[in-house]
Design a protein around this ligand. Structure first.
Ligand code: SF4
Length: 457
């Protein structure tokens, strides 16, 4: 199959398993003119910090940056819903010429008076990077004036790609969690990193861990709040679901606070069971290991027959995966295997070299693997590979529907959880409802005919 890119510079970012190079270029800035599916630096920072429920998010920039990311995660909260607002300094030409700092200061004063937030994030956007407003100084003055934490998020657009935004968010989180003096360590306690509680996933995983005798100290950042994040350094372990956004923070916490971390994944039955076992063995407590095994056996017994029922209906179906991070893509390849579907294309926005190596190892011969794709490449490879289904996020949804193939949202817009054992069942159900929907019978095919319709004019 021809996998030469339309733009030559994209060649190193695309490969076919079994036919070409095994190592893929990744973790680089997008090539100009390619219209990458990646979001901007600011957006990368916002998606990580937005789920902190009692934080106030003020975007220092033109109105569009705030409007485009309003309630972006759709994350669920068990407490405050302040985070679901989006505030902006709405910079105009005058501010760009004479500086936006006075306007920023006024906006902070007004919002503190109106909402009394416990923590305030001030995001830098492209234009703020250009005009050089000193966010650090304004935040310092505001923090002193109001007696709350006002944290600058250095996410102006020209400092890199979306991954730079993840790091900016992690730096902001480090400011919150670094204690004045060391806090005591809790022995059987962990922080759960990289779950944004889009549809209650963090609550499901918390339930599993509590059942086996492990306390979830803080979640980064789904359904988290200022008080719990302040106590993050009390945990004995960090476990990380979304490695793309949280590896930087996990490494920093290991360096600064001596908290080790495990990469885990609660997507799919196999990875959920494996993750629970690895966590239980980390703590090395015989009772915890025993309870973990009991939980896994009970859930597998309940879930396997349901997955088997769906599996029988997916014969010959092929899936394409295009998601944010590499670890999610790895889990999805395994999860599709659990329900008998072949993955024929796998791509990510911010995957790392070691993750692409694992994807390459796991994928079947002939699978197209690509980093930082654009819509044209996704269309071409899904069509060439004969994919019946795409798993992606909000930006990929219209592409799938325009191609007349099924789609599963694995990002912001979901309303049911896809993590844990219950998530494995929900995933199979959703794949079934979209893949086996009768609507595809009524789509135009690429020759322009309408299948099964009597409405040809
Ligand atoms: S930060 Fe820059 S790229 Fe991002 S939404 Fe604002 S203007 Fe657009």
């Amino acid at each position: 199959m021809d996998t030469a890119a339309a733009i030559n510079e994209r060649d190193p970012f695309i490969s076919t398993k079994g036919k070409q190079k095994t190592s893929l270029k990744c973790d680089a800035d997008s090539i100009a003119g390619c219209v990458s599916q990646r979001a901007c630096v600011y957006c990368g920072a916002r998606v990580v910090l937005n789920p902190i429920t009692d934080a106030l998010h003020l975007v220092h920039g033109p109105i569009g940056c705030a409007s485009y990311t309003w309630d972006i995660r759709g994350s669920l909260s068990s407490g405050s819903d302040l985070y679901r607002n989006s505030f902006s300094t709405d910079l105009k030409e005058h501010d760009v010429i004479f500086g936006g700092e006075p306007k920023l200061q006024r906006a902070i004063d007004e919002l503190v008076e109106k909402y009394q937030p416990k923590v305030f994030f001030i995001y830098s956007t492209c234009i703020v990077g250009v005009i050089g407003d000193d966010l650090e100084a304004v935040c310092r003055q505001s923090a002193a004036k109001h007696g709350i934490e006002v944290i600058p998020v250095q996410s102006s657009g020209f400092i890199g790609n979306k991954a730079a935004g993840y790091r900016a968010a992690c730096d902001a989180l480090l400011r919150i969690i670094t204690p004045q003096k060391p806090l005591p360590r809790k022995k059987l306690s962990l922080n759960y990193l990289g779950d944004f509680n889009l549809a209650g996933e963090a609550w499901i995983i918390r339930g599993y861990l509590e059942e086996i005798g492990i306390e979830v100290n803080a979640v980064f950042t789904g359904d988290s709040n200022y008080e719990t994040l302040k106590k993050a350094t009390m945990a004995s372990l960090n476990v990380m679901q979304c490695a793309g956004s949280m590896t930087y923070l996990a490494n920093k916490m290991q360096e600064k606070f001596d908290i080790p971390y495990l990469r885990i994944s609660f997507l799919g039955m196999e990875d959920t069971a494996d993750s629970l076992r690895r966590i239980a063995h980390f703590f090395g407590d015989a009772a915890i290991i025993e309870r973990a095994e009991q939980l896994i056996a009970r859930e597998q017994q309940a879930v396997q027959p349901v997955l088997d029922t769906y599996k029988g209906q997916f014969n010959g179906k092929k899936a394409a995966v295009y998601v944010g991070g590499g670890f999610k893509a790895i889990s999805l390849i395994k999860q599709f295997r659990e329900i008998g579907i072949d993955v024929v294309m796998v791509g990510t926005q911010t995957g790392q070299q070691d993750e692409y190596d694992t994807i390459h190892e796991l994928a079947d011969d002939g699978t197209v693997i690509l980093d930082d794709a654009n819509p044209s490449e996704l269309e071409r490879f899904m069509t060439q590979q004969g994919a019946n289904l795409l798993v992606g996020g909000v930006k990929e949804r219209p592409l799938a529907y325009k191609l007349g193939i099924a789609f599963v949202d694995h990002n912001h817009d979901r309303k049911h959880p896809l993590s844990g054992f219950v998530g494995a069942v929900n995933f199979a159900k959703e794949v079934h409802s979209t893949l086996c929907s009768p609507v595809w019978e009524y789509m135009y095919d690429f020759g322009g005919d309408l299948h099964g319709s009597d409405s040809q004019a």
